[in-house]
Ligand binder design. Structure first.
Ligand code: ATR
Length: 280
């Protein structure tokens, strides 16, 4: 019988996940289908119960349910529990188990982009301290990165994010204001933009100026619409190598696909259908 997977969120109409996963199921010859499901906040609990009752084998979770879903799951993996957010659910022996593949998806994209030994020792600055930053920060520490600082409009929120980590390396992390970060950009090997600033339709905005940026710095933005944010354009003008959020999206999907099927999918194919749909 065909297995059913999906993604729940609100809004959900523009999700690229159905396209990416259905393409991968077809390539791997797996009898399965992946559907988008619009689930309102107030319906989350009954939606999860209903999905289990009808045997949905696994699903992704997106805005606004990533944190709220946790009480309705049977188990939550340790990293997802630390992050406090779930983006992937797997049905295992009748139980729904929650994972977070966003952060590890980003780390995989970063390691693919910077193919150097000891990349974990590089100095990293994350811009932002919201849910996306949290997933990336905790995943970087879990993957052995030791020098990770945060800069946020609200410095207090960045401080809280650092102090919320139980990882030993978090004691080496610093929280900065955007202004302080701008002054010290030349200290960093890797810059990761995680705020919503610059996302369509606010295409002309950047969360900070990049005057002090070194051309050797690898610059990432987790946004992929637009394909190249103002922040990335500024970094490119400084001579930096730039990376948008497409690979993070592809790899979070690849890790989810692997959790569901035990197969690592063809990520080149996944990237291709996503870029095609985005008009690239
Ligand atoms: P997400 O889950 O996408 O990370 P979030 O948890 O709402 O969303 O976090 C949004 C992030 O973007 C925060 O770091 C936020 O900064 P504050 O914590 O100071 O609010 C940042 N952000 C949003 N709008 C911003 C703006 N206009 N300038 C600077 N930072 C902004």
């Amino acid at each position: 019988m065909e297995k059913v997977y999906g993604v729940i969120g609100d809004p959900i109409g523009h999700s690229l996940s159905p396209l990416m996963h259905n393409h991968s199921f077809a390539i791997e010859n797996i009898q399965a289908a992946y559907h988008p499901f619009l689930v309102k906040k107030e319906d989350l609990e009954s939606a999860v119960r209903g999905m289990k009752a009808i045997g949905i084998q696994g699903f992704n979770v997106t805005i606004p349910h990533k944190e709220a879903i946790i009480p309705y799951l049977d188990e939550v993996d340790a990293l997802a529990a630390e992050i406090g957010a779930v983006n992937t659910v797997v049905l295992r022996n009748g139980a729904y188990v929650g994972y977070n593949t966003d952060g590890i998806g980003f780390v995989k994209a970063l390691k693919q982009a910077i193919r150097e030994v000891n990349v974990e020792q590089k100095k990293v600055l994350i811009i932002g301290a919201g849910g996306a930053a949290k997933g990336i920060y905790y995943s970087l520490l879990a993957e052995g990165f030791t020098n990770v600082d945060l800069a946020n409009r609200s410095v207090e929120r960045a401080r809280q994010l650092i102090s919320g980590s139980t990882h030993a390396s978090s004691s080496l992390s610093n929280a900065y204001s955007m202004e302080d970060a701008e002054e010290n950009l030349n200290q960093y090997d890797i810059l990761i933009q995680t705020t919503s600033v610059g996302m369509s339709p606010r295409r002309e905005e950047s969360p900070l100026t990049l005057e002090k940026l070194n051309r050797q710095t690898h610059v990432f933005d987790i946004i992929y619409n637009p394909y190249e944010t103002k922040f990335l354009t500024l970094a490119k003008e400084k001579g930096c190598s730039i990376h948008n959020g497409i690979d993070m999206f592809v790899y979070q999907g690849a890790f989810a696909f692997q959790l569901w099927t035990e197969i690592w999918p063809n990520t080149d194919e996944m990237r291709k259908v996503v870029i095609n749909r985005l008009g690239g």
